[in-house]
Design a protein around this ligand. Sequence first.
Ligand code: AMP
Length: 557
Amino acid sequence: MTIIGIDLGTTNSLVSVFLNNECVIIPNALGNRLTPSVVGVMDDGAVIIGEAAKERLISHPNLTEAVFKRHMGSKKQYKLGEKLFSPTDLSALLLKALKADAEAFLGITITEAVISVPAYFNDHQRRATKEAGLLAGLKVERLINEPTAAALAYGIHQANEEKQLLIFDLGGGTFDVSLLEMSDNVMEIRAIAGDNFLGGEDFDEAILHYFLEQHSLKLEVVKGKWYSMLKKQAESCKVMLTTEDQAEMSFVYNGHTYKTMFTSTDFETISTELLTRLKVPLKKALNDSGIQPKELDHVVLVGGSTQMPIIRSFVARLFGQLPLSHINPDEVVGIGAGIYAAMKERNEYLRESVLTDVCPYTLGIGVVNDVYAPIIERNSVIPCSRVQRFINAKDYQDVIEVDIYQGESRDVKENLKLGSVLVPIPRVKSGEAVIDVRFTYDINGLLEVDIYSHSTGETKSLVIQNNEIHLSEAEITIRLQELAMLKIHPRDDARNQLLLARAGRLYEEALSESREHISQEMERFERALDTQDPEKIRKASVKLSQFIDQLEAQGLW
Ligand code: AMP
């Protein structure tokens, strides 16, 4: 059975499959290898995904959502039109579109996928990702840590050489570091570290804030649509600084044009704080693995944001070597997910290869005075199972509450609470009731907790806290039906929807005469669509596409 690999990214997503001994990236309906992780609802309630939805982010901010990955596993709800969606729902709609692309490409039904997640995704976020898969009609038996996937993509063809690699993965919303050691077809992840809230978006924000400051504009004033436009301008400015020495950002607001010219040096200065934050996970991963920076054979760059020259020079300075990036940084995680999917399929070509991963964070329980007692230390090789013994702290207490946490702080309140288990014990003096707490951390990064009470002979298991964010089987069935009732824009109409969305965005950005012109062209195209005559639609779409390209090239709006 064919299993697909999916990189469910904050900004873009990608689906891949292992064919003829290599990982192939599957194009979407528009022929693109990356699909923007954006979901929107049209005025008629139909759902659109990817490029067309991305185009409508600015023109229809209330009907479009992006960066929902940052809120996976939380209770956040998004209102799109009349309907409410959780981050899991939006991810499910995106996964459904990727599944459809894979099915169209392979000509078979796909029911199983390996999905990559940031190493620092916690238990809730991982479970939410698996649920999104289920809602999209995909069994997700394996999640793979993004830096591990990237390491796999780089390591797979040189796994029998002895090498140590550091993978530096800076995406749209997250930063992951992993250290990989390879020899004899065994790829061993030695350490993982990261920051779940540090990525390209933060560099956009830094530019945006600097711009507002320069013009004494207040963020509270520039809200909604204006904010999205500014954000887009800031991102374009950042991307331009990848190839140019300077880039201008301009913004028309309340009839006034604000302009700022950014040089590469300005950008580096604005980003100083973010660059400093990047060092924290790097140090942690190196310390944990016991690998010295000078022992690294290669530093590998992954993720869209590593295209920024300030990142490349930062890495080169820090490690004293030029980083590698010969696999497209936007695609490397998706390729790794596809390879892992093939390993799971027991593909002949990969039969000899072995991959071991680690637990990215420490897991433990809270004891007296809110002190943290680690049970599984971060960067332990997984799957792993550890047991520790605890006693009752007070005389005659009849229950021990075992609170389970993830994190590194000695003060449990600073760590993330995953859940708690109440263990009944006999009323005895302190120290006389003994329990064994066993943590089992599986290959997908999911935790199971079993607590054995010596006094009663009973075993209790973890009940996940914040249960309402996870769906029971019955709830999944209902949600599946609800999502199935949503009208999804037909895949073969994607190109036309994108054209209309692009034209709509230009209309929003334009004024007076240009606006009228765009409106006429859009109407002409809509009339052609109404005829349902493929030839008429094809001709009209070529015309509208040329018109838009011309307008964009001239910057007429
Ligand atoms: P990813 O999550 O890996 O897809 O990375 C997406 C991030 O990469 C976004 O923040 C993009 O703005 C950023 N990005 C993509 N291309 C470039 C580029 N050429 N220069 C700078 N940043 C880029």
